[in-house]
Unconditional design. Structure first.
Ligand code: PMP
Length: 353
């Protein structure tokens, strides 16, 4: 009975000289305590519902990271490596231009490792991200939205020059960004799916996520089809000599008007750069929530649209892929964009209503 079980359990907590040893941790059991940094990565990979004709599509759910996005991975990896190499002094300061997720990821790692953070944030990105960076104790330097990430980077270097202990990791330029995903995201996907990977589809901001996964997967599946996803209005497609009409877009975290800023995005690794409109990304993130329970941001909506298109092309024989499986990444949560009306009408999200 319940009461019997309860009394047994209570008994087992009574101190007893004979049983002292049993309180020692077993050598076979892993220590249940761990640092927050150890919880980064190892995110779930789940199959998405796709209507036929399609091949299976899997998404890596990066909102399960402690800072809530894929960027915790690079925050941890980049800062640990900079400390190991002696490029960042103990107790030093990390200065980074960021729209938010990278700042949050870097601040999580910096706080665990006893470092300070200063983030240069162009206006116009989500208020939630800004507040989370502030909650983590980061100093935030607001700059006008129209100076872009390259303007924000210049400002970050000016700030760092004035502080002896400061380093600008520069997610858009450091190979450590790609390395983080090669060593973690890519390897986790290979562990889960083995060589059953036909295509890798991911949104590109810095390109670190896609390049790191592609490098890891290509070692085992050399012909894997690699697809970058950008919003309509972004011009990464020019890297593959494709025409792109520059325009505004609302999808957050991916895309650019200056493809040269993403020094890590290697055109030779890309098979395609797929464009997804704001309207399609928004409809998809709402469908993912209402039909499947996925609360994801707009870059995940765009990734899902693109991954489903690729899966349909593989299923119909239009695209020759080494396996009948597509993998994508959902970088963050829709909760991060509630103030932007992400779950409202398309017009409300676009700011026209
Ligand atoms: N989605 C979101 C929400 C992001 O914040 C980012 C990073 N800017 C990306 C996608 C793209 O990731 P990456 O920089 O690795 O290309």
């Amino acid at each position: 009975t319940d009461s019997h079980e309860l009394s047994e359990r209570t008994d087992s907590h009574e101190p007893s000289s004979e049983r002292t040893d049993s309180h020692e941790p077993s050598s076979e059991r892993t220590d249940p305590r761990g640092s927050l940094l150890e919880t980064i990565g190892h995110t779930p990979l789940v199959e998405l519902e796709t209507g036929p004709p399609s091949v299976p599509v899997y998404a890596k759910l990066e909102t399960f990271n402690p800072g809530g996005s894929v960027k915790d991975r690079i925050g941890k990896h980049i800062i640990e490596r900079l400390l190991d190499r002696g490029d960042l002094p103990p107790g030093g300061t990390v200065v980074e231009p960021t729209a938010g997720n990278t700042g949050i990821g870097m601040a999580v790692a910096a706080n665990q490792l006893g470092l300070d953070t200063v983030f240069v944030v162009p206006r116009g990105f989500s208020e939630e991200k800004r507040r989370l960076m502030a909650a983590l104790g980061a100093e935030i330097v607001d700059v006008p939205g129209d100076i872009g990430m390259s303007g924000a980077a210049e400002r970050a270097h000016e700030i760092a020059e004035q502080r002896e202990d400061a380093v600008v990791p520069q997610q858009f330029a450091t190979p450590l960004n790609v390395e983080a995903h090669y060593e973690t995201t890519g390897r986790e996907i290979l562990e889960a799916l083995g060589e059953e990977i036909g295509a890798v589809v991911a949104g590109v901001g810095s390109g670190g996520t896609l390049m790191g996964i592609a490098r890891a997967v290509r070692e085992r599946v050399p012909d894997v089809h690699v697809v970058a996803v950008e919003p309509e209005g972004s011009t990464f497609g020019e890297l593959l000599d494709e025409h792109r009409e520059e325009g505004d877009y609302k999808t957050e975290g991916i895309g650019t008007h200056d493809p040269s800023v993403a020094e890590l995005l290697d055109p030779d690794v890309l098979d395609e750069v797929v464009t997804v409109s704001d309207r399609d990304a928004h409809a998809e993130l709402q469908r993912l929530a209402s039909e499947a329970g996925h609360l994801v941001g707009s870059s995940s909506g765009a990734a899902s649209v693109a991954a489903r298109r690729v899966a349909e092309r593989i299923a119909s024989g239009d695209l020759d892929a080494p396996a009948e499986t597509v993998v994508t990444v959902f970088p963050d949560s829709g909760e991060r964009y509630l103030s932007k009306n992400i779950y409202g009408s398309f017009e409300a999200w676009e700011g026209k209503a």
